[in-house]
Design a protein around this ligand. Sequence first.
Ligand code: AHM
Ligand code: MG
Length: 339
Amino acid sequence: MSSTPRISLTRFLIEAQRDQGRINGDLRLLIEVVARACKRISIAVGKGALGGVLGSAGTENVQGETQKKLDVLSNEILLEANEWGGHLAALASEEMDDPHPIPHRYPKGEYLLVFDPLDGSSNIDVNISVGTIFSVLRCPDGVKEPDENAFLQPGTKQVAAGYAVYGSSTVLVLTLGEGVHTFTLDREQGSFILTGSNVTIPEDTSEFAINMSNMRHWEPPMRRYIEELLAGKTGPRGRDFNMRWVASMVADVHRILTRGGIFIYPRDLKDPSKPGKLRLMYEANPMAFIVEQAGGAATTGLERILDVVPEKLHQRVPVFLGSKNEVERVTAYHREARG
Ligand code: AHM
Ligand code: MG
């Protein structure tokens, strides 16, 4: 009796390098190292109160948000895992004001890694899914000591992106620019096993994800879109829509990757200085890359997220992503309103 072989992340990456030449040895190492760091973060998250890691670290990050102990720990795990391997030129993170150079005692590589070490921080202490998001760029030619400018590349330049969701199981989702693959952590064995190849997001959906408590601050096209969904069967859309909001982007995006949906964090007028809540380089871009690779769409309401040319490492953007037809509709409403 023959059974389907289990394909580990290691095997998947070795085959991607050897058989199809899709990645080089350094990129393979990079993904493996990030996955190993995600395993460590998964273990820390899983220990919960027993690990002494819940609660606030008593510090603030560059965006003035209070850091949780697990935010800080996850950041340290990713830094420590990635700085010595020789595959990176520099790293940047939601939790650090400036890019982190590779210490001179280690060799440098051709890639830049940017990440949100633990997304969905408000859920850490309440035992709801959180995750790690990462994006890989190439260090521009001739740049020996990469600073913030080296990172300011549009999302179309990403060579890989992924996230790990620490939920009822730990799942790593990866794109190398040729489809999206999911790997589930086998906790006993300690390895990620391929459990989904070329995952696709349905083009249509009846499920939306948005923080409705901000409705009074939204711009008119945003209100119009959600009001139409809420009107259900007897409204202009002629059918009922369901709502879900985990408040962990990773978990909301993972649901959309699994069964479709639209995720929105729009620009709002609560704080006009902020064009949305989510950060372009380590939240919107990697998720947009994954969603597009799965056949979905991702826009700022006006343009494709991946085309935005970043001006700052920690810049924010409005985010509309998921099932293509819904993203296109709400984007059209925003464009119409612009005239
Ligand atoms: P974080 O990186 O500080 O955790 O913030 C990002 C999170 C996203 O995961 C999530 O979609 C959003 O913030 C939730 O926002 P809200 O608190 O408005 O529901
Ligand atoms: Mg985040």
